[in-house]
Design a protein around this ligand. Structure first.
Ligand code: HEM
Length: 487
């Protein structure tokens, strides 16, 4: 039988023209997809809207087979009209599998591979000390501090740029542009992606408001590519630049004309770095990690017992301690699994027709995945249980929760940086603070909900919590950090 005669993966009823649009869940759709997959007893399920087929992969087995086993077929990204309209098509993460993508990916790989990231540890250690100081001085604003911590690490590594304490211009641009692309899973976004001709609607036409937003975002993404690179070039010309990913790449470009990336690729890769640097992805994970600690005093207690034994009480943990702190690492892995930052990952697209388990996957389909809450791999998936990642002897098991960063040729190039930024923050917070629910003016605990946004990038809604130095020794350590850091 010819492959296109096989059925596509099961899914909700498809109506003429709009397909299964009405059945696409509005809230936490990844949970429904996982449920459909169990109900249909199928690794893959599908939805179709306006003729565009989207397939969601729900098991590790299937995702490994497709993304790793058939990696050359699944290394492409769907080219979505909304991405182009918003000016986001420059980004390494969204562009087609092509020579330009290879050149950009190489720039990331050179500076962020597992051997290169330890070069940046010093920056992370300095910034985590500052984070402890900021939280100690002004605990109410913890959410802003976490964001500043994550963005300042990435901006220093990428451009040797020190962000402003408040309202940094670069960070504001990237935050707005990331929000705009993150919201393209709306029905309007889905419709424009499926029927690109909708972009020609006149601006006044009902529902065409997306065009105005797109123009705004296009200007922001252009600035994201130009502004940081210009900043580095200027400081190199003035002789004030210290080493950064950007300055190293500019030097490489100057040294080997035509050999390294061209100006355009460099601009685009560094612009993508910058998009990742506003830290939206890492910040989302950091906020989840903290939320988990607030809700699980028992986890804090066990982590502290481990920390006290390995690190002692007169300093913050360092990366050298990491191999001896498996429970802290397990907390970080569970953080990435429990509330997945990109719950459907970034979409892949097959470059040719394919078949999986008797189901037809047409060339050009949009492929997403939602597997970190599959109860077969992670029993009781909604509960936060770091011990899932430990052997019975307390050592880390083999599951590095890599799937949270994707698989195959398009997996996340920032994962080592993100993992270390998360780890050192969680270890340092646990070493110094007791983190509890905040209390209202009458001394009653303020409830903390586990509530997340429904966009491509899922992030917790604001919550309140309280930070108190664990005890006298922790208070002394925090005071010392406070005295030694003046910014
Ligand atoms: C907790 C933080 C992060 C998470 C959970 C995360 C997750 C992901 C995921 C799921 C993908 C898609 C993988 C796939 O398609 O199979 C991805 C791609 C990517 N990530 Fe991350 N990421 C994080 C942080 C970062 C950081 C800090 C950077 C850069 C500094 C970064 C840069 C990228 C790039 C460039 C891609 C696209 C790779 C490509 O298409 O070739 N990420 N990330």
């Amino acid at each position: 039988m010819r492959s296109y005669m096989l059925p596509t993966p099961p899914g909700p009823i498809r109506l003429p023209f709009i397909g299964s649009l009405l059945s696409i869940p509005k809230h936490t759709p990844w949970k429904d997809y996982a449920e459909w997959s169990r109900r249909e007893n199928s690794d893959l399920v599908a939805i179709q809207a306006f003729g565009q087929l989207s397939i969601i992969v729900n098991t590790k087995k299937a995702v490994r087979e497709l993304y790793d086993g058939r990696s050359s077929v699944y290394a492409d990204r769907p080219q979505l009209m909304m991405n182009t309209l918003l000016g986001w098509d420059f980004a390494t993460s969204l562009m087609p599998y092509s020579n330009e993508w290879r050149t950009q990916r190489k720039i990331f790989h050179q500076s962020l591979n597992s051997r290169a990231v330890p070069v940046h540890h010093q920056i992370q250690l300095e910034k985590v000390e500052l984070l402890m100081k900021w939280i100690y001085d002004d605990p109410q604003e913890f959410s802003l501090h976490i964001r500043r911590y994550s963005a300042s690490i990435a901006m220093l590594i990428a451009y040797d740029y020190n962000i402003e304490p408040h309202d940094d211009h670069f960070i504001k641009i990237s935050e707005e542009a990331v929000n705009m692309i993150s919201n393209t899973v709306s029905p309007v976004g889905i419709a424009v992606n499926a029927i690109p001709a909708l972009r020609h609607l006149p601006d006044w036409f009902p529902g065409a408001g997306f065009k105005k937003d797109a123009k705004r975002c296009d200007a922001l993404t252009a600035e994201m590519q130009d502004a940081p690179l210009e900043y580095v070039k200027r400081s190199m010309a003035e002789g004030t630049a210290r080493p950064s990913v950007a300055s190293a790449q500019i030097e490489l470009n100057n040294a080997q004309a035509g050999g390294a990336a061209g100006e355009k690729e460099l601009k685009r890769a560094l612009g993508t770095f910058y998009a990742g640097t506003d830290g939206a992805l890492t910040v989302s994970a950091l906020r989840t990690g903290l939320l988990a600690l607030v809700l699980h005093p028992d986890v804090q207690q066990r982590a502290r017992a481990e920390l006290d034994q390995v690190v002692g009480r007169d300093r913050l943990p360092t990366f050298e301690d990491q191999p001896f702190l498996p429970y802290i690492t397990a907390i970080c892995r569970e953080t990435l699994r429990w509330q997945v930052v990109l719950p459907l990952s970034l979409a892949h697209s097959p470059t040719q027709d394919d078949v999986y388990a008797g189901m037809f996957i047409p060339k050009g389909a949009v492929i997403a995945m939602a597997i970190l809450h599959n109860p077969e791999d992670y029993p009781d998936p909604e509960s936060f249980k770091p011990e899932r990642f430990l052997t019975t002897k307390g050592a880390l098991n083999q599951d590095e929760v890599q799937v949270a960063f994707g698989l195959g040729r398009r997996n996340c190039v920032g994962m080592h940086l993100a993992n270390s930024t998360i780890w050192i923050m969680m270890a340092s917070l646990l070493a110094t603070f007791d983190i509890t629910k905040a209390k209202d003016e009458y001394g009653n605990e303020i409830p903390v909900d586990i509530a997340y946004t429904d966009s491509v990038l899922s992030t917790s809604l604001p919550y309140r919590c309280s930070f108190r130095p664990r005890d006298r020794e922790a208070e002394e350590l925090l005071r010392r950090i406070d005295r030694e850091n003046h910014n």
